[in-house]
Design a binder for this molecule. Structure first.
Ligand code: COA
Length: 258
């Protein structure tokens, strides 16, 4: 299959997916989400792929979020559809894939980018990566499962702080809080992930997929639905208009208030 926004490779039973929009810091637009959906399904169905690594092209970003330019004019309905479709097509798909997925975080992982990394089974980041869920600074909330998966990984208190402050954390703090599994130098990022994948590919793929399923079983709940509804409602607010317009105009948002 030909892709415009991603690059896929398979070598030694390991699939590598690279999101390739470096000029937009690999922001997730609709086309990229659809291509990733097809690439993950194809790799999962490929007998020769026993583990998958996902990373971002360029030196700056893993993924700097959902593509703000693409959704800034959306209605409440379109907003909730954006979250619902994205969760179904990509984020839930990755989480419940039979093949293990490792996120190799090579720089900024913000908003939808961090949500993408959190949907993966394991996260490894380079030592200068910056991670955060900045949506509240745009008049939004995370809509691709971030309000659910962040507390699962770091606990409710730390998740509240990250989401309400919209702040970014560095790799050391991410490691300490359990958001990532390992921190390595950039030149070691892909080799380290391949080494970890190498350990998985010697194990039973049937048992690995059963383990993923069993581990996931205690983490599903009605929160994802609540998130989609609340995300959609944000699109009807003055704060959302101000937040996204300010980003696109490269200025600080001035929110009207409650
Ligand atoms: N959606 C759309 N475009 C994005 C984007 C996003 N989430 N993140 C970055 N870009 C684009 C910028 O608009 C810019 O495009 P341009 O060169 O055509 O103007 C380009 O990528 C480079 O980004 P820029 O902001 O100039 O880089 P920077 O080094 O000054 O800042 C960030 C880097 C990551 C701090 C900044 O890009 C940022 O805050 N991005 C948005 C993060 C966010 O809120 N994500 C959540 C979305 S829900």
């Amino acid at each position: 299959m030909d892709f415009e926004n991603i690059i896929t490779e398979v070598e030694d039973k390991i699939g590598l997916i690279t999101i390739n929009r470096p000029n937009k810091l690999n922001a997730l637009n609709k086309a990229t989400i659809e291509e990733l959906h097809h690439a993950f399904i194809a790799m999962d169905e490929n007998e020769d792929v026993r583990a998958i690594i996902i990373t971002g092209a360029g030196e700056k970003a893993f993924v700097a979020g959902a593509d703000i330019a693409e959704f800034s004019n959306f209605s409440v309905y379109e907003g909730s559809q954006l979250a619902a479709k994205g969760q179904e097509l990509l984020f839930n798909l990755i989480e419940s894939l039979e093949t293990p997925v490792i996120a190799a975080i090579n720089g900024f992982a913000l908003g939808g980018g961090l949500e993408l990394a959190m949907a993966c089974h394991i996260r490894v980041a380079n030592d200068h990566a910056r991670m955060g869920l900045p949506e509240t600074s745009l008049g939004l909330i995370p809509g691709y499962g971030g309000t659910q998966r962040l507390p699962q990984l770091v606990g409710k208190g730390r998740a509240m702080e990250m989401i309400l402050t919209a702040g970014m954390i560095g790799t050391e703090q991410a490691l300490m809080s359990g958001l990532i599994n390992h921190m390595v130098a950039q030149e070691q990022l892909i080799p380290f992930c391949k080494k970890m994948a190498g350990k998985m590919i010697n194990n039973s793929p049937v048992a690995i997929s059963a383990a993923i399923n069993a581990i996931n079983a205690s983490f599903s709940g009605s929160g994802y639905k609540k998130e989609i509804e609340a995300f959609g409602e944000c699109f009807g607010t003055e704060d959302f208009k101000e937040g996204t317009t300010a980003f696109l105009e490269k200025r600080k948002a001035d929110f009207p208030g409650k």
